[in-house]
Ligand binder design. Sequence first.
Ligand SMILES: Cc1cc2nc3c(=O)[nH]c(=O)nc-3n(C[C@H](O)[C@H](O)[C@H](O)COP(=O)(O)O)c2cc1C
Ligand code: SF4
Length: 640
Amino acid sequence: MGNNLLLEQIKIRNTVMRNRIVMAPMEARLNMPDGGVSKEMIEYYKARAHGGAGAVIIENTYIDEFSSRSGIISSGFYSDHMIAGKSLLADAIREEGALAIMQLSHGGPQANPAANNSPVLYPSLYTAPSAGKEYQVLTEAQIGEIEDSFAQASRRACWAGFNGVEFHAAHGYLLSSFLSPLRNQREDQYGGSVENRARILIEVLKKARKNVDCDFILGVRMNISDGLEGGMTEELAAETAKLIAPYVDYINLSAGFSETCGKVMITPCYVDAPTLASQIRNVYQEIKDLVPVFGVGALDYKSGEECLEQDCFDAAVFGRAFIADPDWPNKLSSGEAADIRPCCRGNEGCFSRMLKGLPVRCELNPAAGQEEKYQLKKAKKKKRIIVVGGGTAGMECARIGALQGHEMVLFESSGRLGGHLNEAGVPAFKAGLRRFMEWQIRQMKKLNVNVRLNRRVSAEEIQNMQFDHVIVAVGSNYIVPPIKGVERAIKPDCYDTEQMKDKYVAVIGGGMVGAETALHLSGEKVKGVAVLEMRDAIAPEHDPVARQILADKLEQNGVKVLLGCRASAIEEERILYLDENGETKEVRAEAVILATGLRADSEQVSAFRKLPNAVCVGDCIKAGKVYHATHEAWKAMLNL
Ligand SMILES: Cc1cc2nc3c(=O)[nH]c(=O)nc-3n(C[C@H](O)[C@H](O)[C@H](O)COP(=O)(O)O)c2cc1C
Ligand code: SF4
């Protein structure tokens, strides 16, 4: 693979894009409460442009103050007083050599009623459970007003110095709902046929064109599938694209409504990647001679290149890959692809936080969304820093310290780095996390961290060494609950998939580790898998979207999920448990895996804590997710 196609230029309208790498629009929620830009927002987007993106598409930005806002803290461009602020954003991106494109949106059915002065607006009556009670069907006069608002926002974007705008006609927003035969059952000129359903979008494009300079780019993001029966299909998408092609400068193909978001749009790691390439290709083949086409779907630099080779689209759109590593296009073009920090599609920092109304962060790249605050500078004084423990937090501290110019020595008691990511990364669907661990290990070498494997050090030994600081990252151990016969069970870091084959396997503990272990084993040649969980939901620590997908996959793979039950004894070929009514039941289990959580190694920690200038990080304070390990590592190193 030559990695050449991604780096080739492409002309969009009259402007040359320096490569075929596009940053997807993604709500970062770094804007001001009124929708205006903030310093953090500018720094965040600027970093992605600086990192080599060909185009940076700013997140969906609402166009009026009445009905269009989709989130409680969305980016907006509804008034001329915002032109000045937005121009700083456009300048920051363009000065770095990327095209600055703003996605303009009307939330329509996905607008947030609490953030607007109007009920939610639909193209037509809609009875699906996702439709709220308080909604209104748009009149033709209202449609005209919304089109005008799109045109005015386009003018503002042009005046602010953006290269173009992208009309959000995907993901169930207003324009997308008009395109969808599922949501649009109007019987007037805006519904009934593909032409009529596309009318509002074409009118928006025509009105916008009249309000902007002749070089200004007008793009459209639209679905190839809504992911729902009766919704947009590839055939309809191709027909729609042909209709709008004369008025647009590119079409950005995506998929999904909010209710199918996890399955087809912002997919967690349980959904195979790339997610949309072959469907997008089908549509692309129909329209490729008419207009440049962009495509998306859990792409990384390898699959993006393959998609271009396989003629799936003209330019590749990357979402989370840009959150995880803003510099990846530059790393690719300078032959340092091995240095690209992968995205693990765990969604912990981005989508899960977005659902809670929080600003963007990244579980693997703590600087995301706080670029200025987390800028790494060379330390004024070089120090000798000892790190005890080579798991995620320990390696991240060592990496940051080395980048700050310190001498880093890392002691790891076992023969390998990576800590619990070694077992967490076993399932094929956790390849992203495994790649992150491998990336961290490569960074140790690249940055000359002095790694000592198989070296268990005590606090007394360290006391006699020379050091300025000690980072204590000794991690956590699996909890062994007091269940009769527990010695028969295997901990997640000790099992071998091969040994599970042809057996009935039970996993005690249905948190993320247990549920993922069960899903992994159900794809191997085991006779059956059961998960026993005390709580009433599988993986309750997951965001609801990922949890549902995980639960669906477990069901599809025939995993027996036993909720509200407590294991009481592990016997030779079975587990006895108390069900939610307190009755004793049994489940067949020829092998048992214990996934009952992790606990900090407090004894070790308290000895190290007494050392001068000792800082504890990661699981050894409180066992948590990768997100906490990496973020705490940064905080610790920046505060030294
Ligand atoms: C946190 C987050 C926010 C998003 N916000 C938007 C948005 O504002 N507009 C949009 O069209 N898509 C949005 N998306 C979808 C992305 O543009 C992209 O289609 C999706 O993440 C799949 O690409 P990826 O797998 O490369 O991340 C968002 C995705 C994420 C993760
Ligand atoms: S938080 Fe996770 S899913 Fe989101 S960008 Fe970072 S690594 Fe990817």
